[in-house]
Design a protein around this ligand. Structure first.
Ligand code: AMP
Length: 385
């Protein structure tokens, strides 16, 4: 069987809890009331907006109408709205326009949307509304919102987005994933956090050591569910799901809708509304794609080496390779090439970095940070990605 980035060895799973023997307190799920401007929209006009402008398809019992502006997200607090404006977001993206009212109304949502669609905030914002309605976390309490992600990198990205919007609400967010210190993560969890972003393997480990529990978890988000399966997290995922009260709210996001995701959706979602953004598996229109087929690795290297100086002048370049060794080798060759080019044409000294699973988490995070910083500097200098 395939192993995940953390699942190097087979992991013992936790048996599901007997929820009928636990006295869970009631909690509020619905924070949404349709704004008169949304109600007032003519039915035909609403369908045109949803299908043509947003290019969103919706299936499910009594779905909500899409919203047009953030002011229509009626559950949002003044603080949250102010923060959204402060960050320069002018209007909801298509997935947000349709998924926000549903999530705020307490519905289970199956969102089929790509990275780059704004899906992270489509679940982070309703999550903040949801948790702000509940009693403060005490030491030893588990999280109110649990967000599961397949990889460390995705978990870190969600953590960063969630932190930006949680800070003004004084809500605590933590991210736990394999490769980072278990001791620190345990300490953090024991102090109590409201939003926990986690990869399934590491969460399961920490649940087993009782660093945390999911008794207070009332909102569960599964992000990039298709990749959870690709990375072999199925057993861990089910084990974690068995620890959360069945009457929770669940939001499931996936870029594709393969059979396994459909099966998972049937198991974990209750009376869901399915929101499909664009066509499942469709490429992002903002990305120009060109395919060049070359006969062998050396030809690929020559092709890349020839174009790289020009590409580097334009912005930044990501090169994907199929093996860790190949990654190191290519990085070494490119480093020499670019150094040579920098001297010849007075380019700034561009850096090449190799990123793969044999590097420890600290190093991987540093490399990612340097890559992002370079992006900001370039954007500041009028460069583009
Ligand atoms: P995601 O698909 O969640 O990875 O988001 C992609 C990017 O879109 C992130 O950098 C977000 O900060 C940004 N974003 C999210 N929502 C909006 C919005 N309504 N308007 C503009 N940018 C947004």
């Amino acid at each position: 069987s395939r192993v995940g980035p953390e699942g190097k060895k087979a992991m013992e799973v936790l048996p599901p809890l007997d929820h009928s023997s636990i006295d869970y307190p009631p909690f509020r799920k619905c924070f949404y009331e349709e704004h008169p401007e949304v109600t007032g929209m003519d039915w035909e006009e609403m369908l045109r907006y949803r299908e043509e402008e947003l290019q969103v398809q919706v299936e499910g019992r009594e779905s909500c109408r899409p919203i047009v502006s953030f002011k229509h997200a009626t559950g949002f607090s003044e603080t949250l709205l102010r923060e959204i404006v402060k960050r320069g977001f002018e209007a909801p993206t298509p997935i947000q326009a349709q998924a926000l009212p549903l999530a705020l109304a307490g519905r289970d949502v199956l969102g089929i949307a790509q990275t780059g669609s704004g899906k992270t905030l489509a679940f982070v914002w309703p999550a903040i509304v949801h948790l702000m309605d509940q009693a403060h976390i005490k030491r030893g309490d588990g999280p109110i919102v649990l967000i599961l992600a397949p990889t460390r990198e995705l978990a870190s990205q969600i953590y960063v987005e969630a932190t930006k919007f949680s800070k003004p609400h004084s809500a605590k967010v933590a991210a736990i994933f394999g490769g980072a210190g278990k001791w620190e993560q345990t300490k953090l969890l024991k102090e109590g956090v409201e939003i926990l972003v986690a990869t399934p393997g590491r969460l399961l480990e920490l649940l087993k050591t009782k660093a945390t529990n999911l008794k207070r978890c009332t909102l569960l988000v599964l992000d990039e569910a298709d990749r959870m399966f690709d990375l072999g997290f199925e057993a861990q995922l089910h084990s974690v799901l068995g620890q959360i009260r069945p009457d929770r709210q669940t939001l499931l996001f996936s870029a594709t809708f393969k059979r396994k995701v459909e099966k998972l959706a049937n198991e974990v979602l209750r009376d869901p509304v399915r929101v499909v953004c664009g066509k499942a598996g469709q490429a992002n229109e903002d990305v120009k794609q060109e395919v060049v087929v070359l006969p062998n690795d050396e030809a690929k290297y020559q092709w890349l080496a020839h174009r790289l100086p020009g590409l580097v002048r334009e912005g930044k370049v990501l090169v994907f390779v199929s093996s860790k060794q190949g990654c190191e080798e290519l990085a070494g060759r490119l480093m020499m090439l670019l150094q040579g080019d920098a001297r010849a044409s007075c380019l700034p000294p561009w850096k090449v970095e190799a990123l793969h699973g044999d590097k420890d988490q600290h190093e991987r995070s540093l490399i990612m940070r340097r890559f992002k910083q370079q992006q900001q500097q370039q954007q500041g200098e009028g460069g583009k990605e």
